[in-house]
Ligand binder design. Structure first.
Ligand code: ADP
Ligand code: MG
Length: 728
């Protein structure tokens, strides 16, 4: 056995459990490390408190004087909590978070030391961020980037650092991050949804999008994970034969959570609760060593921040428990990968979930309005929604018969389908009194009862209605949810705006009553968005064919999926709602392609290294052992050795055959990479990586995995699936 593999296994087996001390009530711990409402009441003057709350709820600007007061208060609180540094915490287009710590500590001109943190430092910072991907924005405008305080997501203390959530924009105003466009999309959906919600309740003055994510991940022993160069550098295994036991017994799913994993989760949950991340649910997932965590849902911007923060903290806490967390969508071949379901809805400031049926026909008409408009929005922009979750790693999941297919469709269940069918039959224009009664009492009125026993679930659907929210299931486990949330809220905002226009026109010009007008427009939407509704098996070949007939997009890889971002229709959408201008959209497309290319390039290089420095040497070593044995047999038995060494010779040949194919394909892959690297056009380069480089990965892997089965365990250099997934 290679020394590295042996050491890793020995180390993992000798581990002591990292014990966790129980820490009292979660509700008392909740938010203790957050500059939240309680802290503001305690530390801020009345004026400053009001000003911050206005900024949070009405989006007003905070003036400099007030900012100074808020900074002073934050500093006092942070220092009392033991913090020494502060940082603007932001989301560059890398997909994760970034931070640069500065000490409160400063020197006065007279050389005396003080702790300083003022409004200027709170409101705006200029990190030297020239190395973040900007998709050419910074070159185009020769602009530097700065970070600016987002008061809607409260500051928090992690370790000894005060973290201030910020947006990251260029001096010319272009967003260089994922948060700024999300905030603009959330603003757009607030305006559009509030206007529509007012049809049903005049008291509504704000609507916010809600998000509750479900985060899946793998836990692997740190020593074992570190012994695999592919896991260390790419987050997944590029080689590895499936263990004899996989997930076929379903004995992991919802099973007893292993003690070591529970200890990790308890410590993690404690840190999260202190930071205001309302973690609620934890359970084993389908694959061995795969788990899921889910919080109580929150306002979408805050929820996105909390998910990113969770992922950061998970890595740190896991390290203490000698685990490595794998967020990659497909770390192991042959068993399930990980996703991050995004549960989404819209809620009013009057406390109503707009996607939850109510107790009166009017409430249900409101529910139907938002329900049908969401369906219509997804139908109109299905390809754009698909683009928001595209990545080299998520490409492994979508369409691989475990996660939803790459085709976006909506599952609403049979009962709600019946309701929509009935609404479709409503006559045009004015409704007769009988029709109205029938509709209100028997169709719309009955929705809550229907939904109570609406228990059918469809795990193959990428976008499913689950009783009082939509669940977007195709999001990747690594994906920053800001991306799909930005697109989803933008397309729904656009749709609701359109809806309002149409309804108002019917009321003004055709003199229809409000509910008649609403029914009329909804009926047309139900008809025109039918193709997006699909309740069947999303994995089946028939669905692929059917979806093609319905002209739904089926983009199986990232280069194909992100093309739509810069279509005329998309650019107009973003511009119309002031979510992004064309430069910002083009920049994002460029960054997605660049990231795709780089990730694929790294995987190609790692595979090349593994083949030449691990797999082939191991194969030769074992083959030599057999050759030596054959020669020995010949020495002893002379010509009679042939019968005895028949099996040996076959084995020698098999090993050689696999090695030949592996070497040839690896060299061909390297050539394909060179050709791709020489392409200047980013789009062509991404397709070259996708179509000409990536296909070699599976071919090479197939033969390496065959060798793993032929070669003796002692000689195999890479830690095996059996060890990675089962050593506890
Ligand atoms: P499931 O049956 O899918 O497990 P749960 O009720 O457990 O459903 O919820 C799963 C996720 O959905 C949780 O993260 C939860 O916070 C979230 N969720 C529930 N209601 C809403 C809502 N109105 N808006 C957004 N997310 C929600
Ligand atoms: Mg769910």
């Amino acid at each position: 056995m290679s020394k590295r593999r042996l050491n890793a296994i020995t180390e993992s087996l000798q581990r002591q459990q990292h014990s966790v001390i129980e820490t009292g009530r979660r509700s008392e711990l909740f938010g203790t490390h957050v500059f939240n409402e309680d802290r503001m009441l305690q530390y801020l003057t009345k004026d400053a408190h009001r000003s911050v709350n206005e900024a949070i709820f009405a989006g007003t600007k905070i003036d400099r004087k007030i900012a100074d007061q808020v900074a002073e208060a934050m500093k006092a609180w942070a220092i009392s909590m033991g913090a020494t540094h502060y940082t603007h915490w932001f989301q560059p287009l890398t997909g994760s978070t970034a931070e640069k710590h500065d000490a409160f500590f400063d020197l006065r001109t007279d050389g005396r030391a003080v702790e300083r943190f003022g409004g200027d430092q709170l409101v705006q910072q200029e990190p030297d961020a020239s190395s973040f991907p900007s998709g050419g924005i910074r070159n185009t405008f020769e602009a530097r980037g700065y970070t600016a305080w987002d008061p809607t997501s409260p500051a928090f203390i992690y370790g000894t650092t005060l973290c201030i959530p910020t947006i990251f924009v260029s001096y010319t105003g272009e967003a260089l991050d994922n948060k700024a466009p999300l905030l603009r999309a959330l603003h757009a959906v607030d305006i559009a949804a509030t206007a529509v919600a007012k049809y049903f309740d005049k008291n509504v003055s704000k609507v916010h999008a809600t998000l509750g994510w479900e985060q899946e991940f793998f836990l692997v022993d740190k020593a074992l994970a570190n012994s695999r160069p592919d896991i260390v550098l790419t987050g997944r295994t590029l080689i590895g034969h499936l263990a004899a036991k996989g997930q076929q017994l379903s004995d992991h799913y919802f099973g007893v959570i292993p003690t070591r994993a529970v200890n990790f989760m308890r410590e993690l949950e404690k840190e999260c609760i202190q930071l205001g991340i309302p973690l609620k649910t934890r359970h084993n997932e389908v694959a061995p060593n795969q788990f899921e965590l889910a919080p109580v849902f929150e306002e979408a911007n805050l929820s996105v921040d909390h998910n990113l923060l969770l992922m950061d903290i998970m890595e740190k806490v896991a390290d203490r428990h000698n685990f490595k967390v794998l967020f990659h969508e497909k770390p192991f071949a042959g068993i399930n990968g990980s996703g991050k379901h995004n549960n989404w809805s819209l809620a009013t400031d009057t406390g109503v979930n707009l996607l939850s049926p109510g107790s009166t026909p009017m409430k249900n008409l409101q529910f139907l309005t938002f329900f049908v408009n969401t369906i219509k929005a997804v139908d109109t922009y299905e390809e754009l929604l698909r683009s928001s979750i595209a990545s080299a790693s998520n490409d492994h999941r979508l369409g691989a018969n475990e996660a939803p297919p790459a085709i976006i469709s909506i599952f609403i269940g049979t009962q709600l389908s019946h309701v929509l069918d009935e609404l479709e039959g409503v006559s045009k224009g004015k409704l007769s009194p009988e029709e109205k009664t029938e509709l209100k009492l028997n169709v719309v009125g009955k929705i809550p009862e229907i939904l109570l026993d609406n228990t059918d679930r469809n795990r193959t659907s990428p976008f499913a209605f689950t009783g009082n929210k939509f669940e977007m299931r195709a999001v990747g486990s690594k994906t920053n949810s800001a991306k799909p949330m930005m697109i989803l809220n933008t397309i729904v905002a656009n749709q609701l705006k359109e809806f309002k226009k149409e309804v108002d026109a019917l009321i003004d010009k055709k003199k229809l009553k409000k509910d008649e007008a609403v029914f009329n427009v909804l009926r047309e939407y139900i008809k025109s968005s039918k193709r997006i509704r699909f309740d069947g098996d999303g994995y089946s070949e028939e669905w692929e064919k059917e979806a093609k007939k319905r002209k739904l997009s089926n983009n199986k890889d990232t280069p194909s999926a992100v093309r739509v971002l810069t279509s005329k229709k998309s650019l107009e959408l973003f511009k119309g709602l002031e979510v992004m201008n064309s430069t910002e959209v083009e920049a994002r497309q460029e960054v997605e392609l660049e990231t795709y290319i780089l990730q694929t390039q790294i995987e190609g290089r790692v595979l090349n290294d593994l083949v030449y420095s691990n797999i082939i040497p191991a194969a030769i070593e074992y083959q030599n052992k057999i050759i030596k044995n054959v020669l020995g047999l010949k020495e002893i038995y002379g010509a009679a050795h042939k019968k005895l060494s028949e099996g040996h010779l076959t084995l020698i040949e098999q090993i050689s055959e696999h090695m030949v194919v592996i070497k040839r394909n690896t060299d061909d892959m390297t050539n394909a990479r060179k050709i791709a690297n020489n392409l200047k056009d980013l789009n062509k380069k991404a397709f070259a990586y996708c179509d000409n480089v990536r296909p070699y990965f599976d071919k090479i892997r197939y033969h390496c995995d065959k060798l793993e089965q032929l070669i003796d365990d002692q000689s195999w250099p890479l830690t095996k699936y059996r060890e990675l997934l089962y050593i506890k």
